[in-house]
Design a protein around this ligand. Structure first.
Ligand code: ADP
Ligand code: MG
Length: 358
């Protein structure tokens, strides 16, 4: 419905972007300038990555862009035993081992870890890059899912605390406790998007769309000079229709929501964003949070962190940050905006309500 109406009203061609395993988290509303657009997509970083370039015919550029994503995946994926993060995690040993020794860390990975620690502080621990033991324990989306027992949750919780990461120098890290595990799943796609932006900048590409499983970077503006229009997905719609859209130039739009990845057990849905306070999937009445920011890494960490914080604390935090805006969608279909999006975000689906004020 919303999708049909949006298409009719705005005569935009919709490109529905399939995100992680089940659903996309973002939408791009592309205008009819397809003649100049070239795009390539590959499944990387656990999601569908699509890059669309406008007015650039250099096919080699795509190779460089996707090579960069592959490089980041090879370093940061916890799904690859050969990755640097897997090596760091192995070096942390198991909970019965002795104190973990410091291990070398590449510049890329260190940058993501340092940023993650900063966002851990900013979100008062709602975003926690050491969430690994809980992610492993819950194994959301894994085969034969069942919620873990309370004792196991408590055990894993004791290993989750980004403040225990020790960074003795610029290129090494020691976990503060044996058994701790990094998980960069809430930050790596954002970092990758920023790195792609840097390559595009160097190549003088002024108009492009980067979509890493719903982590979108709208580079420059459309070839005709208009801003991009980025949709925010209806979190209740399995087809991925947009509930609203906004004009965006040179910004990342990153969404976190329970609909991205989840498991069902005895009729209950368990999703992949975990509260470092309870050790369980967050259940706070939020259906999705989209963050608009200059840095995709910031937007990625903040979308996950704000989702964990919840509507009130999340809105208050994002409202304080300069040049960062947010759209919060509740289970009740209320849409809350930070001040900078009032009059910019356009509601396209009238089954949702724009909550006025903050
Ligand atoms: P997506 O990966 O679907 O784009 P997010 O950016 O919100 O969504 O990241 C969710 C991922 O981040 C999870 O799959 C997990 O790897 C990790 N994660 C889960 N809870 C937290 C948390 N509280 N803090 C940091 N990372 C988290
Ligand atoms: Mg995130």
């Amino acid at each position: 419905m919303g999708r049909m109406r949006a298409a009719a009203m705005l005569s935009y061609v919709f490109t529905v972007l399939l995100g992680s395993a089940l659903l996309g988290s973002g939408l791009l509303l592309l205008s009819g300038c397809g003649r100049e657009a070239v795009s390539r997509e590959e499944y990387l970083l656990g999601t569908l990555c699509r890059i669309t370039l406008y007015g650039n015919r250099d096919a080699g550029l795509f190779d460089d862009l996707f090579d960069r994503i592959r490089e980041i995946e090879a370093a940061m994926s916890v799904k690859l035993p050969s990755s640097e993060v897997s090596r760091i995690n192995r070096a942390a040993g198991d909970p019965a081992a002795g104190d973990p020794a410091a291990v070398p860390v590449s510049q890329d990975t260190m940058e993501v870890i340092r940023a993650s620690i900063r966002y851990g502080e900013l979100t008062r621990g709602a975003f926690d890059v050491t969430i690994g033991p809980l992610v492993e324990l819950w194994d959301i989306g894994g085969a034969d899912f069942r919620p873990p027992p309370e004792t196991a949750i408590r055990g894993a919780l004791g290993l989750v605390d980004y403040r225990l990461i020790d960074l003795p120098d610029a290129s090494s890290l020691a976990m503060g406790k044996p058994g701790m595990r990094l998980d960069l799943g809430g930050a790596a796609k954002g970092y990758a998007a920023d790195e792609l932006l840097a390559i595009l900048d160097r190549r003088g590409v002024g108009s492009a769309l980067v979509d890493l499983g719903g982590n979108i970077y709208a580079v420059g503006c459309k070839p005709n000079g208009d801003p991009w229009r980025i949709g925010v997905q209806n979190p209740f719609d399995s087809r991925g229709a947009a509930l609203g859209a906004m004009a965006v130039t040179d910004r990342a739009v990153v969404t976190s929501g329970p609909y991205e990845r989840y498991s069902l057990y005895q009729g209950v849905r368990y999703h992949h964003i975990l509260a470092p306070s309870s050790g369980r999937p967050v259940r706070n009445g939020l259906a999705g949070v989209s963050i608009l920011a200059k840095s995709a890494l910031a937007a990625d960490c903040l979308s996950t962190g704000a989702f964990v914080l919840g509507l009130e604390a999340g809105l208050a935090l994002i409202g304080e940050l300069p040049d960062v805006e947010a759209v919060f969608v509740t289970d009740e279909r209320d849409v809350h905006l930070t001040a900078g999006l009032v009059g910019v975000f356009e509601l396209l689906d009238d089954s949702f309500r724009l909550a006025c004020g903050e």
